[in-house]
Design a protein around this ligand. Structure first.
Ligand SMILES: NC(=O)c1ccc[n+]([C@@H]2O[C@H](COP(=O)([O-])OP(=O)(O)OC[C@H]3O[C@@H](n4cnc5c(N)ncnc54)[C@H](O)[C@@H]3O)[C@@H](O)[C@H]2O)c1
Length: 334
């Protein structure tokens, strides 16, 4: 653990806890746990001896021992919290989505560039060894040129999940539904594996999750720069024996002109060609830990993070394009 510098975690809910565990496991010093709910702040502060708690940003912002801010608050607070930290010269890690709007995300990225601070999006899917393995198999031409992509994000938001997160159901506080909360992840990982999305057409299904103000289910047809096309099916209201336990199911299959790659289990891939079928086991690791290791490495070396605000901008652009497509009923070219 290093004595110079340390992190203030703002928002001590589910993500704040995961991040605090990861910072500590990676040898960083947790200096402050900040939450409007003092009990939540205390819960995270208790994870490291000497960590202090606060219900507002003032003290952590002015603490010279804090060089990093980690923002894990509801979406509508991302921009103002990050901008406050950037204004004090702190390096910032912010949970996805960077902001509910591209305009805010751009303001944040510009502020960080002007201040010379790092602004990294905590896009943990980009650190998932499964998707990195698929990216290298595709780059190696194992299935030839990708032509068809089928991806799903299947969730069922149980009452126990939304009970402590009423903000997640509000359009104003969350900024959107499955597109803003889920598609940012899926666009990030699909782009990492298959290159840029250049056209999309989104359709919103009939709403079934009545408590949620924004969209609960969307199907998006995607066109990639390399010529592949795909479907992305995402829902917060999929009832089946797995999702109703709270687990999310992320399916993925990519077909090329020489074969296919399919995720068959969280750790397993099946690579099929006309000649052979091969099961590949991928060694997983905690993606939160991997992303926080990247952040700490970049803070120390002043390198641009793999998931910097600039690098992740396109995901929000695609989310806005998907909303525009739903509104107009037309495909959107980017
Ligand atoms: N990468 C992932 O897989 C993943 C998973 C879950 C959540 N997230 C993201 O993490 C962020 C937080 O989500 P969550 O599920 O942890 O929500 P949460 O509701 O569990 O936690 C948010 C916390 O912020 C606190 N808070 C609210 N206003 C505040 C303020 N003004 N100052 C300080 N604290 C304040 C709340 O009291 C709460 O404890 C969101 O951006 C969400 O999208 C990412």
């Amino acid at each position: 653990m290093t004595d110079s510098g340390g992190v203030a975690i703002v928002g001590c809910g589910w993500a704040g806890h995961k991040h605090a565990d990861a910072f500590i496991a990676e040898g960083a010093r947790l200096r402050w746990a900040v939450d409007v709910d003092p009990l939540r702040a205390a819960g995270v502060a208790a994870l490291q001896p000497g960590a202090r708690q606060a219900t507002s940003l003032e003290e952590p912002l002015s603490d010279p021992a804090v060089n990093m801010f980690d923002v894990c608050v509801p979406h509508y607070l991302h921009a103002e919290t990050c901008l406050a930290a950037i204004a004090e010269g702190k390096d910032v890690l912010c949970e996805k989505p960077l902001a509910p709007s591209l305009a805010d995300a751009d303001r944040m990225a510009e502020a960080a560039e002007e201040a010379g601070t790092l602004l990294m999006v905590a896009e943990n899917e980009c650190f998932n060894p499964m998707y990195r393995e698929i990216a290298s198999l595709l780059a190696a031409g194992v299935i030839g040129e990708p032509a068809l992509v089928q991806a799903t994000r299947e969730c069922y938001l149980r009452e126990s999940f939304v009970h402590d997160r009423r903000w997640f159901l509000s359009r104003d506080a969350a900024g959107g539904g499955i597109l803003l909360a889920g598609a940012v992840h899926d666009f990030a990982k699909l782009r990492m594996m298959l290159g840029e999305v250049v056209v999309l057409h989104s359709l919103r299904a009939r709403q079934r999750f009545a408590e949620m103000e924004a969209e609960d289910t969307v199907v998006t047809v995607l066109g990639f720069e390399g010529g592949a096309v795909g479907t992305l099916v995402e829902s917060f209201f999929m009832i089946d024996p797995t999702t109703t336990t709270g687990a999310e199911v992320h399916r993925l299959r990519i077909d090329g002109d020489k074969g296919s790659i399919e995720v068959t289990a969280p750790q397993r891939l099946r690579v099929t060609t006309l000649e052979a079928e091969k099961e590949v086991t991928v060694t997983l690791e905690d993606t939160f830990r991997a992303e926080i290791r990247e952040f700490l490495t970049c803070v120390a070396s002043r390198r641009e993070p793999a998931t910097s605000a600039r690098a992740q901008r396109r995901n929000l652009e695609l989310v806005e394009a998907a909303y525009a497509s739903i509104a107009s009923g037309q495909p959107v070219r980017l």
